[in-house]
Design a protein around this ligand. Sequence first.
Ligand SMILES: [Fe+2]
Length: 405
Amino acid sequence: MYLLAGILALIAVASNAYHELQAHDGSLMVTVINLIAIGGLCMPAWRAVRERRKYRRQREAAVARARESDTSLQTLLEQLPCSVVALDPSFTVRRVNRQVEKMTGFSAAEVLGRKCYAFFGSGRICDNCPVERALATGEVQQNVKQERTAAGQELFIEQTAIPMVGKGGEIRHVLEIVFDATRKVTLERENRDVFVQTVGALASLIDSRDTATGRHSVAVRDIALRIGRQLGLSPEVIEEISIAALLHDIGKIGVAEAILNKPGRLTEEEYAVIRRHPEIGYNTLAVVKPLAKIAGYILSHHERFDGTGYPHGQKGEEIPLVARILCVADVYEAITADRVYRPAISVPEAVRIMHAGRGTMFDPAVLDAFFADLGRSNGEAADAIASLAALPGEKPGSGRGDAAH
Ligand SMILES: [Fe+2]
């Protein structure tokens, strides 16, 4: 349109000039050419002006849209019931909502433009930081951790880090959504404490029926935990070992004390009654949902590695690892403690008996872990373990059918 107007204006000017200049001299053609030349020079300038105006309008529209979008995004963030922090790849805080100040006590002015760990954390990128993992993997990451507010109050936060990917595939920001999980974690801990105390009370009840030692379950737990740590098992499995060890003989609550504490040799019938305690324990605990897995370990704690144990004759790795650990801890504790039917066996003799059951009663790997730990803490045991190679094999638990029952 500008181009057309320019051409028309140029023609009009050139036409007038032609009429005005025609009567005076013979330079008409030169003048017309000059005017056309001037018009030709002006057209690019008009085009540039037009382009600049167009660009300015587009830019103003884009800025307006961005402001509108930005306002909408911030409005959205302010409506969320959780803290939201947008971080760039250098962990610098670029945007927060009001919940951040409400939760942490740090105002937007205090945190914007600063590294998140400079005001919230230890001054360096936190261990297991979900933002760091989101940047590394490009995937959503989560974490629960303990933090301190600006006022020094402890709180637990549940973090979800969402990587925001740009058009080129690069991660431009990480959106960290943070919930205050203090109440939830506190309740879980209280429930856990109640659970542990209940298990402890049950263990005391079980041990109270053992007139000889009164602390067999606790002692088995301590040995089993050391084996588990020696094997490098996860905290979750260590926790299972602890509970399973404390409750491993819970089925004995269903066995008459006259049989449990009988000084002399058991009859076949009495021994058959005692052999039912893993199944009684299993049936008791399997109906309690948090203990269903533990019940399985308890069921198998008298199985033997070679398949000659009870109640089902499980063999090798058919027997759960926790049950194989319980077996080693249970037998060692039983033979090194005074019983109503015999005095305690010395540590060197106990080591020899345990070694005789390597690969038959006991999982060799579990027994080796037990000896490795025992040898570090007990010099007498260390000497006995060192001399094992020269000893002939021997069946453990002689004289009563089973050293631990
Ligand atoms: Fe048992």
